[in-house]
Design a protein around this ligand. Structure first.
Ligand SMILES: Cc1ncc(COP(=O)(O)O)c(C=O)c1O
Length: 453
């Protein structure tokens, strides 16, 4: 294999200190220029002191007795953790000899952050890339992709029109020089999140409450992040996993479909890599509650501090940390904590996939739609968004009937893209997922050998 630019193993993404000193030194120097390929070694949840980047939300804000811990994704190279699955899929493709620099163009079907990650890792590894995405996403996303040298190929619609992106991807597949990093169907996405995100979450929980994790909450797009729940359950069998959806597009909840405003999630399908066996609850949230929640945290932190009698400046640490789906995850975690009546020893872990940097245009749009709001309108909005519970919007999907409904949905979507009945059936056993996870060791060994070659 032509190891054009070396990158990290899964183990080194979980713990960058495991990388050889020469790579670590290059990565340190690379921080001065985000396009330096050594930045691939910063694909990790860890930050200063090699600690997992985490914010713990004040109880006054969440109204929950449990601890709500949020893993912070915006410091990943390219600005979101989606670069992890993009890199892992490209790395595995190179190792298997399927993707070669100088020969192939990388195709990234996406609604944004994965596409940004694809353009970024392609650039660092010396490939050209084309990102296929809906035309209705936030402007900031397109700018980033172009900045990394990615070409854009637009499909009609917005977040929930991902199926059109997949159909367009089929056109690109016909040319053998194109290689697709298929986040919705390829298992590196599962491996990255189960191993790197899952174990980082477990470590984050260790310093809080009873040191265990009672629940993991994530709003799926590709459902890669949800795989962290598999690792959390492997360690803490009592843990539950809750998937969040926009109320406007309730696909996992009740096969519903519709357009919505939470970029990156709610893609109108059960993705191939979603292990529905380990999803326990599905919860719906209004999309505009998440947009308004973001406006509250970003624009009205001072007012909230006064309202909640928090020390001045205590919500400042949250500035920039969340995008819309991050707020959705926080709202979901709070509601689940109340629904399950979790106590002060219990930890709920959730994720902020990206940060505010890619959403100013969305808040400008909110103001245009609703008019500027301040004063008591902020207090009322907080009450609605952060305290409003909707028990009917939580569905327990642990029973056989619900699992069969979800498997059936998955089969309908993916048999249409050429997956055999027997392959789809094999995904109904946990052993399928554990075997895919177990491939991490041999993949890491192969990468270490290739790096030395
Ligand atoms: C902003 C944002 N939030 C959440 C997600 C969902 O993450 P996953 O694809 O791992 O389910 C994505 C995926 O692209 C995203 O871009």
């Amino acid at each position: 294999m032509d190891t054009n630019v070396p990158g990290p193993t899964y183990r080194e993404m979980l713990d960058p200190e495991a990388a050889p000193p020469a790579f670590r030194a290059a990565a340190q120097a690379g921080l001065a220029n985000e396009l330096d390929p050594a930045n691939l070694f910063h694909i990790t949840w860890r930050g200063p002191g090699n600690r997992v980047r985490l914010v713990t939300l004040p109880r006054e804000l969440t109204g929950a007795r449990a601890n709500i811990l949020v893993l912070v994704g915006r410091h990943f190279p390219s600005g979101s953790h989606k670069v992890g699955p993009a890199y892992s899929t490209l790395m595995e493709g190179e190792l298997s000899g399927e993707i070669e620099p100088g020969v192939h163009t990388i195709i990234g079907p996406s609604t944004g952050n994965f596409g940004i990650g694809v353009a970024y890792v392609s650039r660092l590894k010396g490939y050209s890339s084309i990102v296929i995405m809906p035309e209705g996403m936030s402007r900031e996303r397109y700018e980033r992709i172009r900045r990394y040298g990615g070409q854009l190929d637009f499909t009609p619609g917005s977040e929930s029109d991902v199926i059109l992106v997949l159909e367009r991807t089929e056109d690109f597949k016909r040319d053998p020089k194109n290689k697709v990093l298929a986040q919705f169907e390829l298992l590196p996405n599962y491996r990255f999140h189960r191993y790197v995100t899952g174990r980082s979450a477990i470590e984050a929980g260790a310093g809080h409450g009873n040191g265990r994790i009672a629940a993991f909450v994530s709003a799926p797009g590709s459902a890669g992040t949800l795989a962290a729940g598999d690792e959390i359950k492997a360690r803490f069998p009592e843990a539950v996993v809750c998937a969040l959806e926009p109320k406007e597009c309730s696909t996992l909840f009740n096969d519903g479909r519709g357009t919505h405003r939470i970029e990156g999630i709610g893609d109108k399908m059960v993705t191939l890599i979603h292990n529905v066996l380990t999803t326990d609850y599905v919860m719906l949230l209004h999309d505009d509650d998440c947009v308004a929640g973001l406006a509250l945290l970003e624009r009205h932190a001072g007012r909230l501090e006064r309202l909640l009698e928090l020390p001045r400046g205590s919500l400042e640490t949250l500035a920039g940390v969340f995008g819309i789906s991050g707020v959705c995850n926080v709202l979901g975690a709070m509601r689940l904590a109340r629904h399950l009546d979790l106590g002060p020893g219990d930890n709920i872990v959730t994720i902020a996939t990206d940060g505010f940097d890619r959403y100013p245009s969305v808040l400008a749009d909110l103001e245009e739609r609703r008019g500027p709001f301040d004063g008591q309108a902020v207090d009322r909005c907080f009450e609605e968004v952060f305290r409003g519970d909707a028990p009917d919007d939580i569905l327990d999907v642990r029973g056989r009937a619900e699992k069969e409904r979800l498997f059936g949905y998955k089969e309908r979507v993916w048999s249409g893209f050429g997956y055999s009945h027997s392959y789809l059936e094999s995904m109904q056993a946990q052993s399928f997922w554990d075997a895919e996870f177990a491939r991490i060791g041999p993949i890491d060994e192969a990468l270490l050998r290739a790096r030395k070659a």
